[in-house]
Each structure stands twice: as C-alpha cells, then as structure tokens.
Write a protein that binds this ligand. Structure first.
Ligand code: ZN
Ligand code: ZN
Length: 682
C-alpha cells in the first residue's frame, strides 16, 4: 500500500492534463508523471478550480475507503482554503502512513533475524544432541572396558593369593615345552614340535630337586597334590573299591546341533565334562543334558577352546559346584574370562529389558561367578598328562583358533579322543591340528562335524577371493565392513589384510579389538609373538571414525550383524554405493546378516536395523557378499582325522543331524564303526 493518500487524485489529474492537446505526444505515462511532476500537479490542483471539478467528476474512490472519500471532498473542494487545509491533512496522513510502514518493515526485519537465529540455534542444538549421544555411548564403551579390566585384575589378584591357582600356574610353566627359536613356518607347525612328556622334567625342576635332595618327580607330584588335594579328587567315599574303571562317554549337549557342547566322561569314581557351552538363544541356555551331569558329583571340566558354545556355561556350573576344576590350555584359560564377562553383560542386559516388560528372567550368571570361574582355571600345557581322580587327560593342538585343543582321555587302559572344534590347515593366528601318539588306535573318537557335508576350496583360494574383493572396493574409494566373530575370525581377517593388503588401512572395533589385544598379550613370550595391531591395523576410535574413516576396512562384532558396533557401522556403510559389506561366516536364520542376504537377493531397497534400541531403515546401496572363511575341517579333512586316529569307534558331535547321518555312511564305507548317544555302558 502506498503511503501517498492523494495518489488516486493525482493520477486522475495527470491523466486529464496528459490528454490535453498541448501536451499530446510528450508524456503519456500518468504514473511516471505523478512521480516526477508531483509538485506541478499539486500547484495545478490548488490554482485551477476547473481541474478540481474535472478530477472530482472522474476519480473513482471505493466505498470502503471513507478516509479517502473525505480527503477527496476536501482537496477537490471549490473553496481554495478548504483545498489548502485538505492538502495539509493529506501531508500529515502521508507522514503517518510512512512512519507506520517503516515501523512495520523494521518489525519484519527483526522477526526475520530472530527466525534465522532460531534456525541456527536449532541446528546447533541438533548437532549437540548427536554429539552428546555419541559421547555418551563412547563413555559407556570406556566404562565397560574399565569394568572389564577391573574384573580381570580382581580375578588375577585372587588367583595370586590362592595356593591351588599358584601351584597350577607353576606346574604349567614347569611342564611347558621350551620353545625353540623361530625357524619359520615349518618349525612353528605343531606337527614338528618335539613334545616333552611327564617323564622329562624341565631343567629348572631338575636343578631345584637336586638342590633339595629329592626326586624331580616328587616335586611335580607335590605341586599336583596342591592343585588337586587327595580329598578333593572325588567327593564320593570309596567304601567299595571295586568299581569298574571302564570309560563311559555320553554327549549331554551339542551332539546333533551346534551350540551347548558338553560331553560327560566317567570312569571309576570320577566324572568329568569335556566342554560346557551355552546354547545360542535369547536368553542363552545351558547344555541340554546338564541335569544329567548335575545328578552326581562333577570333578572337572576340560575345555577344548574359548568359544562360548564350548565354555559359556562354566561360570553357572561353578556356582552350583564350587570345587569343580577347570582345565584348559594357557591360551584358553586366559581368553575365557573375557568371553564369560561378555556373556554375563549380555545376559544382564537381557534381564533388565525383560524386567521392564514385566517378564521374570534370571541371568545364568553375573560378574562374581565369572571371577570365581576365572580363579578355578588350571593351565595345562599341550602334551602334558594331568590326573583327575581315576582319569587322566592330555591336550593336543586342534588348530581352529588360538589355544584350541583336542583331549585324550585315559582310564584303566582305555582311551577316548575328543577333537573339540578342529582344523588341519594353517591359519594366520594358529597352525593346524597335530594328533599325538597317545591318541592313535584309541577306543573312541568323538569328532566334531560342523562341515562334514562340505568340500571347501583350499584356504588360499578363499583368501585370494576376499583380498581381491577388498582391493576392488578400496581402489574405487570405498570402505568395507566385515562383521566378524570376536574370537578367532576377527584376528584372522586383520592379519590377512596386513599380509596381502598392507597399504589398506584397517580398523578393529568393539570386543574384537579387546580380544585382538589379548592375542598379542598371550603370545608375547613366544619365539614369534602375534602382532596384529600396529602398521595398517588399528583400534577404532568411536564415534569419530564412524564418519571420518571413509576408505579402508572395518572388522567388528557382532559377526551376524545382530548388535554391537557392526550395526552402527552398517547403518553408515550400507547406503554408500561405492562401499561394501562382506559377511565372513555362518549366519543364524534370525540374525541381521541372514536378513540382509535375503533382502539383497530380493533386490529390496531398505533394511531395518536396530541401532542401540532405535529402529532404523537403512538404504541398501553397498555391495553385499558372503565370504566364507571356515575354521573347521571339511569332509575330506574330517576323514583324514578319523583315518589318522584309527579309533575302534567314532562318535559324531557338533553338527547337523541329517548331514551327520550321510557322513556316518561315508565313514562306515571306510571301515569306521560309528556309534551314537552313548558309549562304554556295556
Ligand atoms: Zn569353536
Ligand atoms: Zn564350536
């Protein structure tokens, strides 16, 4: 709206003037004339009454503008004085209108300024909220790690004051085979290790025994008596001495499935378990036949390796049977507490969530049980025989992962070999299995059968495929996420990257990073310690790296994309067309990884992931691929093991039932007698 109240009058006057013949052809634009010759028009109106009459006759004022009508009456009055008064009123009116307009404009400017400041403040607030969320989760990570370390330190301190624990550690050190200097891969292969038997005490023992004037074996026996005092060997009184020392074997879990591995071995008055793992699930469950094991005393658990499906139930067992001995290789004994602590944490989180929904569920065990179990661990070096009541056990290298061992169980002239998870090929972190003489021609071989229906291409081919795929993505400027199991697979992947792609930056994140550090610590005294972090491999710094690390490889948990940092990374990497996600192993039906593979097959556009309790729909633009890197022997590998051990009977465990049935037929054709359910009851 214009500030000039006289505009309609002046425009009409201008039109009238311009229509006069004397001005014709000079100026035809009335609007412009009003702007440029305003004073002339005003003078004309004031002086020429006739013009006023003409304007009055022509000007059009709307009915809803009474103020303008009144002004028009004044300014176009026949009376000159009235006209002058009218012009003054018009001037005043014009000033007021101008002032009002300026004020309104200033208010509008102010309002616009405030709006843009509000926008900026909102942006800053959103940014701060994200930063706060990131910082909170980073803090939670640090707190978790600190708590973890606290638990470990507490367990170690308690071990330091426990004579049994100290004696068992001392025994392990004294009986450990002295390592030769590293002479390359051949020398590192456990098949070439010269094993020391219990008859060859270490030089230190010889010296000490000589100085004390006793037989070296007496020193070893004394230590063994501290580890397992005679009264603790068996809880049941030996009133009737004539109990058969025949070995009896019964799988109590993980026989025709993968998860909850547990084999009950009995002889005389002694009962021991080989493994006591958790069955996967939400919540995780004990081995199926645990009640059967708990129906009598349990003297010991011999643990083949630190994967949770083999050792995850032990802290719960220790709460029920506090005196139970836990025997494992030094590596496994050091890895288990970290695995248990993670299980305890997951179980307590699950418990908290259930309680919130009013569902009663108790975690199988907590931190205290983890500490007690850690304290009960006895480190048993490979190739050294240990007595547990009427039974003796010896561990041998089983490949698979760092510290993994098979067990030769012996009683009353009978021998049973339990492979645990086993592999024959050489990996970056561990060599293949090595069957000891004590296992040959055993009475029973209890053998895993995870991949009994598969013929794996050689490991070199699988590694080559992975390396090529990573190189393709990296050289195109993308990043690769490899969700991996924290123990074993993650370290293998990191070392494969270092060996084949040393120019590609690699981040290890979450629990995988903690276990990687443990691998280095555990092997530090070896002739060739494992070095994984450093060079092109480093620990991820979350949350910064999530956005700043845009090119390279990220290895993290969970391996099945069902939680953990892998999900956080996936929400960022899956939408990137130049990046990739490579799954590295078996994916459970219900897992995020299996869901992802199905969606990619269907060419779906989005995947729904749960990132720290928040549901996110993630666009699927990245390359997704399955890269199998098994750490289990395949069909041919298992047949080789069966042939090499040459046991009278073979029992298959840790596999899928119908595949085991087919494989049992193959074993039968090759002259092996396959038994199931139980052995040695006759
Ligand atoms: Zn395993
Ligand atoms: Zn397993």
């Amino acid at each position: 709206m214009t500030s000039d109240p006289l505009l309609p009058i002046l425009r009409t006057a201008a039109e009238l003037l311009l229509s006069r013949p004397m001005l014709a052809g000079q100026e035809h634009d009335a609007e412009r004339f009003v702007t440029e010759r305003r004073q002339l028009l005003l003078d004309a109106l004031l002086q020429v009454r006739g013009l006023r009459d003409q304007v009055r006759a022509r000007v059009q004022i709307r009915r809803d503008q009474p103020e303008l009508r009144a002004l028009t009456t004044l300014v176009l009055s026949p009376d000159d004085d009235v006209v002058q008064a009218g012009l003054r009123v018009a001037l005043q009116l014009s000033r007021e209108r101008l002032a009002r307009q300026n004020l309104r404009r200033r208010h509008q400017d102010k309002l616009n300024q405030l709006r843009s400041r509000l926008e900026m403040a909102k942006g800053r607030h959103d940014h701060a909220a994200v930063a706060l969320q990131n910082a909170t989760s980073a803090l939670a990570d640090v707190e978790n790690r600190a708590e973890e370390l606290d638990t470990q330190v507490a367990a170690l301190q308690r071990r330091l004051h426990d004579p049994r624990a100290i004696a068992s550690s001392l025994l392990a050190v004294l009986q450990q085979t002295p390592e030769a200097a590293d002479e390359g891969p051949e020398a590192r292969d456990p098949r070439n290790l010269k094993r020391q038997t219990a008859n060859e005490p270490a030089p230190l023992v010889l010296q000490a025994a000589k100085a004390a004037g006793i037989e070296p074996q007496a020193l070893i026996t004394a230590l063994q008596m501290i580890v397992a005092p005679p009264t603790l060997v068996s809880a049941s009184p030996r009133v009737t001495v004539t109990r058969e020392r025949h070995l009896r074997v019964r799988p109590l879990g993980g026989a025709t499935e993968i998860g909850g591995s547990c084999v009950l071995v009995e002889a005389g008055h002694t009962r021991l378990l080989v493994d006591a793992g958790l069955r996967p699930g939400d919540p995780a469950l004990p081995p199926r036949g645990m009640d059967e094991a708990l129906s009598g005393p349990i003297d010991a658990v011999v643990v083949t390796h630190a994967h949770i499906d083999h050792c995850g139930y032990i802290p719960a067992l220790v709460e029920l049977v506090p005196e139970v001995r836990i025997l494992a290789t030094p590596e496994t004994a050091q890895l288990m507490p970290r695995m248990w602590a993670d299980s305890a944490k997951l179980m307590s989180e699950r418990e908290r969530v259930n309680r919130r929904w009013g569902v009663d569920s108790d975690a199988l065990y907590g931190r205290e049980a983890v500490e007690t179990a850690s304290q009960n661990c006895e480190e048993v070096p490979l190739g050294v025989r240990r007595k547990i009541g009427d039974i003796s056990v010896e561990l041998f290298p089983a490949g698979h992962i760092l510290g993994a061992a098979g067990v030769v169980v012996q009683a009353g002239g009978q021998r049973v070999v339990v492979t645990g998870d086993i592999s024959g090929f050489r990996q970056e972190t561990v060599d293949g299995y090595s069957i000891p003489d004590s296992a040959l021609d055993a009475d029973l071989l209890v053998m895993e059968s995870t991949c009994c229906a598969e013929d794996h291409s050689t490991r070199e081919i699988r590694v080559k495929d992975l390396v090529r795929a990573v190189e393709e993505v990296y050289s195109a400027g993308g990043r690769v996420l490899i969700p991996a199991f924290a123990l074993g697979r993650a370290q293998e992947l990191a070392m494969i990257m270092t060996r084949h792609l040393p120019h590609v930056p690699v981040l290890v994140d979450g629990m995988a990073a903690d276990i990687t550090a443990s691998f280095e610590r555990i092997t530090i005294d070896r002739a060739s310690p494992l070095r994984i972090l450093g060079g092109n491999v480093s620990r991820a710094k979350r949350p910064d790296d999530l956005d700043l690390f845009t090119s390279g490889v990220v290895i993290t948990t969970s391996g099945m994309l069902s939680g953990g940092p892998a999900v956080e990374w996936a929400t960022r990497i899956l939408p990137e067309a130049r990046s990739a996600l490579f799954l590295s192993g078996y994916q459970d039906e219900e897992s995020g990884g299996a869901k992802l593979l199905r969606l990619v097959e269907e060419q779906a556009s989005h995947l729904v992931l749960h990132d720290r309790g928040v549901e996110k729909s993630v666009p699927l633009n990245a390359r997704v691929q399955m890269m199998r890197l098994s750490a289990h022997a395949d069909k041919r590998g298992l047949l080789e093991i069966a042939d090499e051990v040459g046991a009278r009977n073979v029992m298959l465990v840790h596999g899928i039932r119908n595949r085991q049935r087919d494989f049992a037929k193959v074993l039968a054709v090759r002259g092996h007698e396959v038994v199931s359910d139980r052995w040695g009851d006759a």
